[in-house]
Write a protein that binds this ligand. Sequence first.
Ligand code: BTN
Length: 249
Amino acid sequence: MSASGPLGHPRLHLRRATSTNERARELAVAGAPHGTLVTAGEQTAGRGRQGRTWTAPPGRSLLASVLVRDPPRLLPLAAGAAVADAVDEAAGRGGGRGDTAAPERTTEIKWPNDVHLDGGKVAGVLVEGRPQERWAVVGIGLNVAVTEADFPPELAGRATTLGLEPADIDPTLRVLLRRLERWLEADAETLLAEIRRRDALLGRPVRWSGGEGRGGGIDGDGRLVVITSDGGRVALDAGEVHLGAAPAP
Ligand code: BTN
């Protein structure tokens, strides 16, 4: 893939931001270099995919946006792979809840780049940019030290946390950035193999605005394949679809 070089410098840390993506976009327009990082302790207007908002309790979540110049076509998938790696590494530390032996935990990617830990969403990624100006901002929200009690009732049972401490946010960010550097330099086949290995939707019910079916894997262009109930195959592009969980069969 095309973008390469260290990520994380220069870094702007804001105690409170409207949205780190918004700030990183302003910096991109002003000519900031590849790898520029914006982090915040708190966001007042955090953005999620599909026009949703992203909320997180102050000081307990990784809230970061990194500027990528000459972004590769599969950037949204590369970002998901990097976050999943960082979650694996952090979850393997022992959980931060006083556990002496950490049980095996499962990190999956719900296409295109929601990261799930043991079935609950632990992180989300929002990629925004200007393709004609050849830059993109990768925004990541990762529940590092959020507690279960912090989740609003509508997310109970669907969202999860690494259950670590606020002091773990920066080390987790460092791992994440190193993994993102690696995935930005990986060839497309290697990245797609990783996304397929972590595919949370494979064989599972999928519903989108155009119909429903079961996850049939990820194709060579990084699209989600859905096998519809009549046996047809549809390939969905990220950004065009709004996935919802299909009702249990
Ligand atoms: C999603 O809907 O799953 C994507 C959520 C992305 C949230 C992050 S938090 C840091 C960055 N700034 C934002 O305003 N959004 C992203």
